[in-house]
Design a protein around this ligand. Structure first.
Ligand SMILES: [Fe+2]
Length: 316
């Protein structure tokens, strides 16, 4: 029989989007907002922090951004466990250019970028036990890429059910499995009206394969980021899906769902053997600082490093 634990706390924060003034784009408000969130998290004295990706603005292009966030997290008095987001290791894989004018293929997730991320934050995927919870983290957007990391992910997910399972199992990904609901279609990125939904979910094949793997591993809560909006937990076949907010990046998609809210902040989780209580904590203050440069996933010719406030970025 598993031993019993007193109530304890962990925190999840996502989409920090910490950037650099040596980049082709920089928004100091994101760095400042993360520092506000960081101070509030410190005051909670959690056992551990989960960070659900987009730690950086352009970490895939700029190793220095990954290093900065790593040092920042390492200086906290409790451990952090992270998965990458698309700004850290590249976007959901597509073999075709999408309808929004980005260079989608250049921004596809790459083994090189995944290895660069792992060189700072350790190997992916991961799973570990803390008290009465198993925590599992992985980068879901390799699904459908055909990269070696995709085969490694499916192997890992198939092995999960054989591992010891305490009272709870919490998984952290960057992208939601679904935008609106589990049964939605595979969207087409070349159709302008479908691009956003395509960008923020998984295609049906990987989505259902992942759901089955999570069910088999008795995952009871899946925390996802990427959207910068939070919604109440949606339960599908016994698995709870929590869309979680941004702690540093800009609010977005706050008006998509009646129960959606893009207020910047993070979630606190209070754990007992019986339940996990989830509390949203908004940022105490939101920065109004302004920066420079393009948004989205701009093609190379729109990444102008002469705009940088400080020089010397090592660029690809
Ligand atoms: Fe993000």
């Amino acid at each position: 029989m598993n031993r019993s634990y007193d109530r304890w706390t962990f925190v999840n924060a996502n989409d920090l989007h910490v950037g650099s003034p040596r980049s082709y784009r920089f928004d100091p408000s994101r760095n400042e907002n993360w520092q506000t969130a960081r101070g509030q998290i410190l005051a909670l004295r959690p056992d551990l922090l989960l960070v659900g990706g987009d730690l950086t603005m352009d970490g895939c292009l700029h190793d220095d951004e990954l290093r900065t966030v790593k040092e920042d997290l390492e200086s906290l008095p409790f451990p952090s466990y992270v998965v990458p987001g698309n700004h850290d290791v590249g976007n959901k894989f597509t073999p075709v250019q999408g309808a929004w004018g980005y260079d989608d293929i250049e921004w596809n997730v790459k083994s090189e970028w995944l290895r660069q991320f792992a060189s700072h934050f350790g190997p992916l995927p991961w799973t570990f036990l803390h008290k009465n919870v198993r925590f599992t983290g992985f980068y879901e957007a390799v699904a459908g890429s055909g990269l070696p990391e995709e085969a490694q992910l499916w192997d890992f997910l198939e092995r999960l059910p054989s591992l010891p399972a305490p009272a709870h199992h919490v998984a952290m990904l960057h992208s939601p499995l679904f935008f609106d609901h589990m049964d939605e279609p595979t969207y087409d990125p070349t159709v302008r009206e479908e691009f956003v939904r395509w960008f923020f979910n998984l295609d049906r094949g990987p989505r259902f394969r992942m759901l089955e793997a999570l069910r088999a591993a008795r995952v009871d809560l899946v925390i996802t980021a990427h959207l910068h909006v939070r919604r109440p937990v949606q339960t599908v076949e016994g698995v709870g899906f929590l869309k979680a907010p941004a702690a540093g990046g800009k609010p977005q998609y706050g008006d998509v769902w009646p129960d959606g809210d893009d207020t910047l902040g993070f979630h606190r989780f209070d754990v007992t053997d019986e339940r996990i209580d989830i509390t949203f904590i908004p940022l105490e203050k939101v920065s109004r600082a302004e920066g420079y440069g393009p948004r989205g996933h701009p093609p190379r010719h729109l990444r102008d490093y002469s705009l940088a406030w400080e020089k010397g970025m090592r660029t690809p």
